[in-house]
Design a binder for this molecule. Structure first.
Ligand code: DGT
Ligand code: CA
Ligand code: CA
Length: 573
């Protein structure tokens, strides 16, 4: 069973507990455990219970559930909770503005237990007047229902990636075939993925397909033939699997990596040069029978035959990459190995899992040269934000940690709330004591666009604020973000020298690829951040790098690629 699937079930348990009115600490423990398990860099399946409990965020109870899920695909307590509430009630919770408390009210009073019934009731105006519901809540819910219906169909990039990595590793172990990889939107690094598209290079199609559909990661076979199959994975994602002959491997990769728009533009480009391209290779347009491919074995060969340099999959969206490749002007995209540190994360002083020392050690183990270790500021009470006294104490603690964890420059960073009026959650004297100040909106999401924009602009202009965290505030799994003129924010950020974050949390990926590309165009600095709440979440740097690559960023465009000295100079400036 994949980590992401286990994490999902633990998350479901936390939601069910909340519906059940359980102790908030217990709810939170499952929620965190779900995130920790999903974000854990190595498969947890098969790890002994006593090793599991060594992972921060996983106690004895959760470890037992993990062991149980490995055997039965679920755990007893979850099954019991599932009997208490209809499944439609869970789907309803994806709607913004509808927490477990309100959902329970709807269920108890109006017997609403599905998105359809919710929508109907909201349209008929039957929600207003219930305890905790006004006309405005009703309107918000109606808007949220439409969003939830589309959001639930796609899978977050990170979850899809974890599932695909496990499938490929299992397939290679079983067959010895190494040329197997996911193509499609996952390979392009898209923020969400509709389905997985595996390609495998092999001569004997049937035996590869047989091996694939019998993998333990496959839960249901939808169809299978001699060279392809469609299945549903244990992780709940649909996957296509295709076997292609080695001489077509490159052409098939280009075709099935897409995007569709890139493919269409590529074929038009080829036709202009007197060639035709399909998933088998590049042919002379005059070779109507397509007997003799001129190229097809590797992607490089395919692109080269068309007068193009190889195009990184993240750029294949028909956003100017063909023109750049034709001129040999593609950017050299930033890579994970270029990254020297992270600015934004959390320790257990606020809502993280680990101590500052443990986070420092984990950052060092990644080979980073510097790290800004952070927490939430005082207003975020739900996340245990630090008041000034607690903050001061952590500065001392960090200095002590720096004596123990050497060879990496430790900085104190804080995610400081941008209050409703645009002022910062700490006075300037306190901000001055911090190495990195990251401004973030965590409250009053419902402001109109001009007010919200003015609020964020004020933080952008604040001389002590270095970076704006997750600027749009969106969550891919549900919340649509707040209304903000991001163009104005980016322009002002460029003018003031304030950086914009690409938050690597899989559910955030904020700012987006398109926005980050625009930020570069406008001259705003970009910082990649993990927002890690546990050492295992530093791996989300890879997610942020993926977004940056889709934004055409090079290592010169990314603050995290600078040395400790350069970063400190930038922070001071
Ligand atoms: P997804 O699954 O919605 O996240 O997005 P993709 O890009 O993975 O799309 P998918 O799974 O429908 O197809 C995988 C690739 O196969 C796609 O990126 C390009 C190629 N492809 C599929 N259908 C067509 C088509 O009708 N025309 C062309 N040119 N290419 C196609
Ligand atoms: Ca796909
Ligand atoms: Ca597909």
């Amino acid at each position: 069973m994949t980590n992401s699937r286990m994490g999902e079930l633990l998350g479901e348990m936390s939601v069910l507990l909340e519906l059940d009115g359980a102790n908030p600490f217990r709810v939170r423990a499952y929620q965190r455990a779900g995130q920790v398990v999903t974000g854990h860099p190595a498969p947890l399946s098969g790890v002994p219970v006593e090793k599991l409990t060594e992972i921060p965020g996983i106690g004895k109870g959760i470890a037992a559930h993990v062991a149980e899920m490995e055997v039965s695909g679920t755990f007893q307590e979850l099954e019991e909770m599932r009997k208490k509430f209809p499944p439609g009630l869970l789907a309803m919770l994806k709607v913004q503005g509808l927490g477990p408390k309100r959902a329970k009210t709807l269920f108890d009073t109006l017997k609403i237990d599905s998105l359809d019934k919710l929508k109907a009731a909201a349209q008929e105006g039957r929600l207003r007047g219930l305890p905790g519901f006004g006309e405005k809540t009703e309107a918000n819910i109606l808007e949220g229902v439409a969003f939830a219906a589309t959001a639930s169909e796609r899978v977050l990039h990170w979850a899809a990636r974890q599932a695909a990595l496990e499938v490929c590793a299992a397939f290679t172990r079983k067959t010895g075939l190494k040329d197997v990889c996911p193509a499609g939107s996952l390979r392009r690094g898209k923020e969400t993925v509709g389905d997985l598209d595996f390609l495998c290079s092999a001569k004997a199609g049937t035996s590869a397909v047989e091996a694939f559909i019998k993998l333990p990661q496959v839960s249901k076979v939808l169809s299978s033939g001699s060279t392809k199959a469609s299945v549903i994975l244990e992780a709940g994602i649909q996957a296509d699997f295709r076997v292609v002959p080695p001489e077509s491997w490159g052409a098939a990769l280009v075709y099935f990596t897409g995007s569709k728009d890139h493919g269409v533009a590529l074929r038009e480009h080829a036709l202009r040069l007197g060639y035709s391209v399909n998933e088998y290779g590049v042919f002379r347009a005059s070779d109507k029978e397509r007997r003799k491919p001129l190229a097809g074995r590797t992607e490089e060969e395919v692109y080269a035959r068309l007068g193009l340099s190889w195009i990184p999959p993240e750029l294949r969206e028909n956003r100017g990459e063909l023109e750049a490749a034709a001129k040999g002007k593609l950017p050299k995209l930033v890579e994970l190995s270029d990254i020297r540190g992270d600015f934004h994360n959390h320790s257990k002083h606020s809502d993280g899992e680990a101590s500052l020392l443990e986070m420092a050690q984990a950052a060092k183990d990644l080979g980073w040269e510097w790290v800004g270790l952070g927490d939430h500021s005082r207003s975020v009470t739900v996340a245990h934000g630090l008041d000034e006294a607690r903050l001061k104490a952590t500065l001392k603690e960090l200095a002590a940690a720096a004596k123990k964890v050497t060879g990496i420059r430790l900085m104190r960073s804080m995610e400081v709330d941008i209050l409703k009026d645009g002022s910062m959650d700490y006075p300037d004297e306190v901000l001055s004591e911090l190495d990195v100040v990251i401004g973030a909106v965590h409250s009053a999401f419902k402001m109109d666009e001009p007010s919200m924009t003015e609020r964020v602009l004020k933080a952008v202009r604040h001389p002590k604020v270095h970076i704006i965290a997750h600027p749009s505030g969106r969550l891919l799994s549900g919340r649509g973000g707040y209304k903000l003129d991001t163009e104005a924010v980016m322009r002002e950020a460029a003018r003031c020298g304030t950086a914009l974050e690409i938050n690597g949390q899989p559910d955030r990926q904020d700012i987006t690829d398109v926005q980050a590309r625009r930020a570069k165009e406008l001259g705003a600095a970009v910082a990649l951040n993990t927002d890690a709440h546990a050492p295992g979440e530093f791996c989300y740097m890879e997610m942020a790098v993926t977004v940056a690559r889709r934004a055409w960023l090079t290592k010169d465009d990314v603050l995290n690629c600078r040395t400790a000295k350069q970063v400190e100079a930038w922070l001071r400036s």
